[in-house]
Design a protein around this ligand. Structure first.
Ligand code: PMP
Ligand code: GLN
Length: 413
């Protein structure tokens, strides 16, 4: 086994998906819907694979993205970013946002470079930075309020702490907005503050925006690439899995200026080479349909978050009826609930070397058949305690399943 794998052996997804397979709990763990994806993309995929005139839709396509999909992506994002995006040189289609993150980091980070990661962060950022030979530097969002009703809005960066994390070795900063697991949607001022530091220190912003359409009343998703002089230094990452509720399709993308996309393209062409053709064709058709009804309530980019907002509000109530305080998310489809009271009342077992939230999530899955995800997985070892009192639940689930979770949690009161 190669030395580079040492210290990054664990993956929260692998571990907890395995547990779910064994225990078969009500699974509010990983982020995927338990209801049907939109007909538009499902039918488009069936059509693409069974097309009796264009057999080539089942064969390899262009390495950096299927022509119809890069056309759709550049049309959409040119509109959203307010500049013409070159579909040949500025867009790359990948095997999920996961691969987009990987090739971006591998293609841009040199050995010895520092990469700032805002905590809590999507779990793969840290191992990916390490695989690239970089050094992760962590800066946590800190709660400015811990009692009463709290919202993800109450979790903020300390400007000075962030500024101090930049050094002459800093190559990039990774920001996830809307954030998984917290649900924080970064505000204009917060992004401007980060952008200012990127410009001052000549740093690249790697923006994980996979939940770009999932933000709730009063919120707005601001794209770093639209801020003054930030296009030149920003790579933005998205996911068809999240956008169209088809996480099993593992199709994502990265876009940014050609000089930043070159490295990621090189890594992609020598590893994955090209992504699944019929899936790219179907995602392209999905985008074309949404582009036609863009801005209307029927557009999936509006109808899905509208549906999710109702689920969020119901689930916050379900949690509070169970005696759990939740951090109300402004975006995304996860919610953090404070389970410290429950944990203090029961014997969750497990090894004391393991964090309490990991032990509790396992206990809950095995003994009450309800699964979540332990939030300390989204922190560096030194800041893991900041997530330890919580459990993450995914709420893009059928209402009856959210109700069932409530019954299980109420019984623990
Ligand atoms: N980034 C974040 C913040 C995520 O939550 C996920 C998982 N959905 C990904 C990246 C990976 O996305 P994909 O499933 O498209 O690889
Ligand atoms: N991104 C999803 C989450 O955060 C699922 C990740 C996975 O299963 N790899 O839950």
């Amino acid at each position: 086994i190669a030395e580079k794998t040492s210290g990054i052996e664990k993956s929260v997804w692998v571990e907890f998906n395995q547990l779910a397979l064994e225990v078969k709990p009500l699974n509010l763990g990983p982020g995927f819907p338990d209801f049907a994806a939109p007909d538009t993309v499902r039918k488009a995929l069936a059509k693409a694979c069974t097309n009796d005139t264009n057999f080539l839709l089942n064969q390899y396509t262009r390495s950096f993205g299927h022509p119809r999909l890069i056309a759709a992506l550049s049309k959409l994002y040119s509109k959203l970013i307010g500049r013409e995006i070159n579909q040949q040189t500025e867009v790359l289609v990948t095997a999920g946002a996961y691969e987009a993150l990987f090739v971006t980091i591998m293609g841009l980070v040199n050995k010895g470079d520092e990469v700032i990661i805002i905590e809590p962060f999507y779990e793969c950022y840290m191992p990916q930075v390490k695989l690239a030979g970089g050094t992760p530097v962590f800066v946590p969002l800190r709660p400015r309020k811990t009692t009463g009703v709290t919202s993800s809005e109450d979790w903020v960066l300390d400007t000075e702490e962030l500024a101090n994390a930049f050094s002459d070795k800093t190559k990039a900063i990774i920001v996830n907005t809307p954030n998984n697991p917290l649900g924080k949607v970064f505000k204009y001022e917060e992004l401007m503050m980060i952008a200012g530091l990127c410009k001052k220190h000549n740093v690249i912003a790697i923006m994980d925006e996979v939940y770009e359409w999932m933000f709730y009343t009063g919120q707005e998703h601001i794209r770093m690439a639209t801020l003054p002089d930030m296009w030149e230094r920003t790579v933005t990452i998205g996911s068809a899995g999240k956008t169209f509720s088809v996480t099993g399709w593992k199709t994502g993308w990265a876009f940014g200026p050609a000089h930043l996309m070159k490295g990621p393209q090189v890594i992609h062409q020598h590893s994955v080479y090209t992504c699944t053709t019929p899936v790219q064709e179907a995602v392209a058709e999905g985008f074309e349909i949404e582009l036609q009804r863009f801005g209307t309530p029927e557009c999936y980019f509006k109808s899905l978050p509208a549906e999710l907002e109702v689920k969020r509000d119901n689930f916050v109530k379900i949690l509070s009826d169970s005696g759990l305080n939740a951090i109300i998310p402004e975006g995304g489809y996860f919610i953090l609930a404070d389970v410290s009271d429950i944990i203090s009342k029961i014997n969750i077992g497990g090894s004391p070397n393991e964090r309490k939230d990991f032990r509790f999530v396992k206990w809950l899955s095995r003994n009450r058949k309800l699964q979540g995800i332990p939030p300390s997985a989204f922190y560096s070892p030194e800041h893991g305690h900041m997530g330890e009192n919580y459990i993450r639940f995914c709420f893009i689930k059928e209402d009856e399943n959210l109700e069932k979770a409530g019954e299980i949690l109420r019984a623990l009161k």
